[in-house]
Design a binder for this molecule. Structure first.
Ligand SMILES: [Mg+2]
Length: 162
């Protein structure tokens, strides 16, 4: 079974950190302003200031070792630099995982074969699109608010779920 895991807000708390930087820089809160902001964002800095969520890498190791899933990281990126930094960080922790960067303007379900595959994501819209395309959506949320989807706050909960 294919398991696709989101990065921002699931493995690393880069969302909180990057939006804090945007706020400090007084970026307007519309899609285009954020897009331009993210295009020139210093990902070395963002990743340095961010931290792992709930021992995510250890949990992913457990998931891989359970041999229940083919595990991928499926992460939206705005710049190639963002892709490079994320791939390097993830591979430093888990060398035997496939990382798939998805251009921000493309929905995640278009990048891979969704049928009967699991997506773990903190963003409900990604999950809705994924489900519509034939996949299984699991929400990752620290407050355990599923927004209509099964919800987890530790990635290794997946091992018992399937
Ligand atoms: Mg996310």
């Amino acid at each position: 079974m294919n398991l696709y895991i989101d990065f921002d807000g699931v493995i690393y708390n880069t969302i909180d950190v990057s939006y804090k930087i945007a706020e400090d820089e007084g970026i307007n809160k519309d899609y285009e302003s954020y897009y331009q902001f993210f295009k020139s964002l210093d990902w070395c800095d963002v990743l340095e200031k961010s931290s792992e969520i709930n021992d995510a890498f250890k949990a992913i190791r457990k998931i891989i070792d359970s041999k229940k899933f083919n595990v991928f990281v499926l992460t939206h990126v705005v710049s190639l630099e963002e892709a490079e930094f994320k791939v390097n960080l993830i591979k430093d922790h888990i060398s035997d995982i496939t990382v798939i960067p998805v251009p921000k303007n493309l929905p995640k379900y278009k990048m891979v074969d969704v049928k009967d595959s699991i997506l773990v994501d903190d963003y409900p819209e990604n999950l809705r699109e994924w489900k519509k395309a034939g996949g299984i959506g699991i929400r990752f949320d620290l407050d355990m608010d599923g927004k209509g989807f099964p919800v987890i706050c530790h990635l290794d909960e997946l091992i018992e779920m399937f």
